[in-house]
Unconditional design. Sequence first.
Length: 227
Amino acid sequence: MRSLKENPKTNRRSSSIRGDGKRANDADSARLHQVASKMGNTNLQEHLNKNSSQRDQLLQFICHRLKTMHNVQDIERNQLAHQRDWFKEVAKGQEGYHLPDPTRWHEAAQNFKRAAEAMCNGHLGRGVQLLEKALEIESATYESVPKMVQNKLDSKQKEANNEPVVVGHISSGASCSSVAKPTGLHYADLILNVQDHLDKIPSLPIPNWWEVTTKEEEEEEEEEEEV
């Protein structure tokens, strides 16, 4: 009859796994204890609370930027359906006019999302670094927006925001408590889901000859009335 005793190899492996996990936890506890002994438990808690407050401010800022970018992207996407309004300017290569491309906002949105995720996971300093990169990309993206889209934007949508003042006071290795992702982060996914774009200048259909004749007759009548 086969023995029901535990397999020694399996038992040793399980013990090893438990031992590794215990050592990792012990190492984390030791580091936390070391920091706490230097700062004091009260000071450590105040430090974490301050960083968490800064994290919340930055997450709110990121969600606001993503919402604004999403609105601007919608305006640019809408221009794809109004080709007659800007076809001539783009075809002639008029300064500031080129094909609308809603996907231009993908890179900035992706970097804002990564920054927020890093902060939510407790890596405040890393999140700030990613945020600075996202702001640079966002600024460059705004500069590349075609003129017919810029003309549709209101004053608050026309340019990227400067980085929050709090960013300059956060070190690259700063940490904070982890937190759930804010609901406003879904704007990043909405931006990334848009795939509409044009590869080349569309060829517009030639209008019917009778429509052209009618328009010319109307213009002649208006000129005669003015005389």
